[in-house]
Design a protein around this ligand. Structure first.
Ligand code: ATP
Length: 231
């Protein structure tokens, strides 16, 4: 569902990605670990079409990012570390607004159902987003992804700054996304969460994928040891 083929990125003389080959199948949740500067965000930004690869290509559902960047956008949803929405609009108004931008016009009860699927309490739906916690904003971000029926979700540092309850709720939502056949690529530093939610773990080092393993082979402690040995 998501594939990079010999993806190479240079920023002037600095090589941020060295022929990255990564594959995430339908329904898989792939956690991309790596130190600061390993190339995780660069990979996500190329998939999103925000930056261009120097060479190589990436594919979403066999569609080339290089050849058809507009087509790709229909399949992708991006949830950044901090989901930026309109603080003066309510959760439901934000969802309505961003769904319409993506070309979907939902009835109010459908919007409410989408927010409920992410676990956002009903009492919050009509409250201004400015008062939402980080975890609540993230739920609205996921509801927007569901509204546009994104088949692939790219998540950047999704559990950073979330408390343990919000992290557990997030984990449950992501598991559900995988069960629905959606594909998730998440860049993270959270080894514990990676083991608990991901089906596959990749470790990047200096622009290369140096480990790519099924997560069921590890406890968090074992993954931490492997990570420290690898980087
Ligand atoms: P983090 O965990 O800190 O988010 P990362 O794995 O996402 O790190 P990237 O942001 O992809 O890493 O950066 C990879 C490398 O490319 C880093 O050394 C970074 O300094 C460099 N880099 C990123 N963007 C640019 C840019 N616009 N110009 C020059 N170098 C850049």
């Amino acid at each position: 569902m998501l594939k990079t083929v010999n993806l190479h990125k240079k920023y002037n003389d600095f090589t941020a990605l060295h022929s990255l080959n990564l594959e995430v199948k339908r329904g898989e949740i792939f956690a991309l670990l790596g130190q600061n500067g390993a190339g995780k965000s660069t990979t996500i930004n190329i998939l999103l079409g925000l930056i261009k690869a120097t060479s190589g290509d990436a594919f979403i559902n066999d569609i080339s990012v290089k050849e058809e960047p507009q087509q790709i956008k229909k399949h992708l949803a991006y949830i950044p570390e901090t989901v930026l929405l309109y603080p003066n609009l309510t959760g439901i108004e934000n969802l309505d607004f961003f769904s319409k931008i993506a070309g979907f016009d939902y009835q109010k009860d459908e919007l409410s159902a989408l927010l409920k699927r992410t676990g956002l309490q009903e009492t919050a739906h009509q409250k201004a987003l400015g008062g939402y916690s980080k975890g609540m904003r993230q739920k609205v971000g996921i509801a927007i992804a569901l509204a546009k029926d994104a088949k692939v979700l790219l998540l950047d540092e999704p559990t950073s700054g979330l408390d343990p309850i919000a992290t557990a709720e997030f984990t449950e939502i992501v598991r559900q996304l995988g069960k629905e056949g959606r594909t998730v690529l998440m860049a993270t530093h959270d080894i514990f969460n990676a083991v608990s939610v991901a089906t596959n773990i990749g470790i990047m080092k200096q622009g290369e994928l140096v480990q790519n393993l099924p997560s069921k082979e590890f406890t968090a402690k074992e993954l931490q040891e492997l990570y420290l040995k690898t980087i």
